[in-house]
Design a protein around this ligand. Sequence first.
Ligand code: GLC
Length: 802
Amino acid sequence: MIVNTELELKGNLFPTKIIDYKKDVDTLYFTTENNVVLELTILRDSVLRFRYATTGNFEKDFSYAITKYASRGYNFLKIEEDKNLYKVITSKLICEISKENLRISLFDAKDLSLINEDEIGFHWEESYEFGGDIVKMSKTSHDGESYFGLGDKPVKLNLKGQRFQNWVTDSYAYGKNTDPIYKSIPFYTGLNNNKAYGIFFDNTFRTYFDFAQERRNVTSFWAQGGEMNYYFIYGPQMSDVVANYTDLTGKPHQLPPLWALGFHQCKWSYYPESKVKEITQKFRELKIPCDAIYLDIDYMDGFRCFTWNKDYFPDPKRMVSELEEDGFKTVVIIDPGIKIDKDYSVFKEALEKDYFCKRADGPYMKGKVWPGECYFPDFTNPEVRDWWSSLFKELIEEIGVKGVWNDMNEPAVMEVPNKTFPNDVRHDYDGNRCSHRKAHNIYGMQMARATYQGLKKYAYPKRPFVITRSAYSGTQRYTSTWTGDNVATWEHLWIANIQAQRLAMSGYSFAGSDIGGFAEQPHGELFTRWIQLGVFHPFCRVHSSGDHGNQEPWAFDEDVTNIVRKFIELRYQLLPYLYTAFWQYADEGIPMLKSLVLFDQDDVHTHYRTDEFIYGDKILVCPIIEPNAKGRRMFVPRGKWFNFWTDKIVKGGKEMWVDADIDSIPVFVKEGAIIPKYPVQQYVDEKEIERVTLDVYYKEGKENSMFYDDAHDGYDYIKGRYSLRTFKLTGKPKQLIIQQHKEGKYTAAYETFLVKLHGLPFKVTKIEIDNVLIPLSEVKMNGDNSMIVDKNFTELHIIGTK
Ligand code: GLC
């Protein structure tokens, strides 16, 4: 049922005039003559919550998305009233509420400009079929306004002119513009007059978003049940909007172990054990770095979760530990469908304890997945989640598996037209019993959460690592994600790029695609181009379906293998930089990938760019997404950038041609950046790092860079055993000064940095470290402008002549 928002639509109801106003600490209540109540909560100076009840009564306030750790508190709050309106004033926002019809207008508190306003605003229809309301909101859309976000939609970045729905769906071989697919992230950022605001519609029913498609000047969103309940987040910087949304719905609860940021190899399926070993040995033999090997459903006994096929894997514990000795972490798949089999302990226990989902009229929810007929645990019940988490004890604690991959958790059901549970299935919803209409979009999230709880418990004192296919807002607190069953086509390479960027600007940075494509087989060129992009995604895994040939880095030809190795090595060299970006994401909610609009919203040219993105905060990447390319045209954002491969400096703010034959892709480094690098390793912590390289890119002016480090696993960093270095670079015509500020109690094994200077416009004549003159010979100044410096320097002063 597509509900449209047109006024003419019969049956729409609207709030009438306000007759009562009450205030309770940070929450205001406005009641209309027809008994509509607007509950307006001031969470922060720039974050307001709007919630509407159509009968005077609100439902119990409960959300899976909002984290208890969300920041709250504002600096300033004043409420004014005049003949026509109420005015709620914070230090960042002015919110006007019309007494006539409850319509909202929001203004910047500083320059009084209009940011966002209701068109009809809140309205609703009664849902005769299901009960409750179909709740709707419409906002004015301006001509130059752009829209971004909504999770994994495989469409161009700017959402304007399109309509979407959120209903998580198993989408094998989806394509450009398929909607909906695996995730429901009902959050978008609007950008108008260079001011960004966000709207998070926290409603788990099937939701719709129309970005000026139905009517040119209207953007609307609505849900097939529940409440109109949305958060308005003001920027004006888009990066602040995303960071505040991430604060609200949660940052990752801990950093991933560093190996999870390495390269991962997967296939449906590697079995038996000898095949797994053959693959891992080949990685080592060919010296292609790799940290994790995945087991897909065939490792199980008849696809029963938490069992092993002993013909293929006679001694999983031994195998897992042998793989680990060789630097490979084993990650296994776990699906939600539990095979109906009275001799299967997981099934028996769940049945006895009454943990399976049931239909409205009583029978169990029965559906076909890989094992045949299955029942499905109700992960929305906290007791079921606890039980599920306990099932991981053997797998993780005993056998030594290091990560779990949750799949089919939309939940996917085979051979039925709607691909999932029927609407009437009942769920606990943490004590707020409801039907599948409300629980569908969060079912996968709650499964991932329960799995995460299990790994957190049994991997301790190591950090957990979980991947999920389905997600709702907030899932980023628990797990990483991938973009599902894509296809080995050039179009899908474009989609992978868009999805990773879009997920990052939807609060979900730890994401990646099935590199090379899941369905069908790529040829060597496509695989190479995909690897060249994939190594710049926070989650980096090759995966493919079993029936379409091999997809390992050596499955093509030697040239491909060599280029792929070079790019995977680059990922390993950049691990300290990527880890720092992850720390910034986990600490402040800053997206690890930044679309150009998020990086430089003041330049309108960025609003329609899709291919280029910033990896971390200093490296610009633009994939090659066409066959036979020797390079491409791309937009380089404002400022000066160093070509990563040649050190040639380009001035941005415009489109340009960049050479990139098959062994290269356009990568640029922002001037002034200091990039920490490790030596190449075959897997994380293979070697004790003896020296970290700092690539320093000269800039006339100032630039700050960070380098975060810790033990790469475990929780000591939370107790202060981390090291955070901030480098302040100041470049002058004949000088370069780098000041270092250190924080944290972690001491890494390495004692020195290899400082490599790029683009120095002068010849070095003098070097001072912490005000002491150092003879050039002593710092081993090489011809290529590099020198070895004690890692604890506070000021490095490089002086020269023209
Ligand atoms: C689903 C997953 C895919 C997996 C397959 C078999 O299609 O998306 O990644 O390999 O199931 O488990």
